[in-house]
Ligand binder design. Sequence first.
Ligand SMILES: [Cu+2]
Length: 165
Amino acid sequence: MSRLRTSLGLLTCVLAACGDDGAASGGGGGGGNMTTSSSLSTSGSASVATGAGGDDLGPQPCALAEAEDRTGETSVTITSEGVNYTPRCVRVSAGTNVIFLSDFDAHPLRGGAVVNEQGVVDPMSPITPQDSGTSATFTLSEVGEFPYFCAFHASIGMFGTIWVE
Ligand SMILES: [Cu+2]
């Protein structure tokens, strides 16, 4: 992974002829990462990269601190609106029925994390793939962190995380 990122960063530097101030850019590890991320976006989809400007990191994963606290409820509903889930980041109690309401034809649901703006299916996730219908209920009995995403729109931020406590 790190080797891939490094080589991509170097490649970008060669193409962009950005080696002029080697000392300054060498010190900025963060700058290197942003360059890499930007080059990945460009190769993946030009439209997503358009106007990225300083926002090269793309949609951010959920943080536990920002998750909506829905613990203590027997059922919690996550609704998709456009290319967003609401609530996107949520904490629930073990044993909760988490209900996804969505159009799974247009927004196929997957359990797994989004890495470098790409969804990676976790075959062990209790959030099993949904490709049709408009409602799916998952009883989340295992404590843990369960990310999920839309197979079509993960790269533009249609993903979230359920923490089961
Ligand atoms: Cu979607």
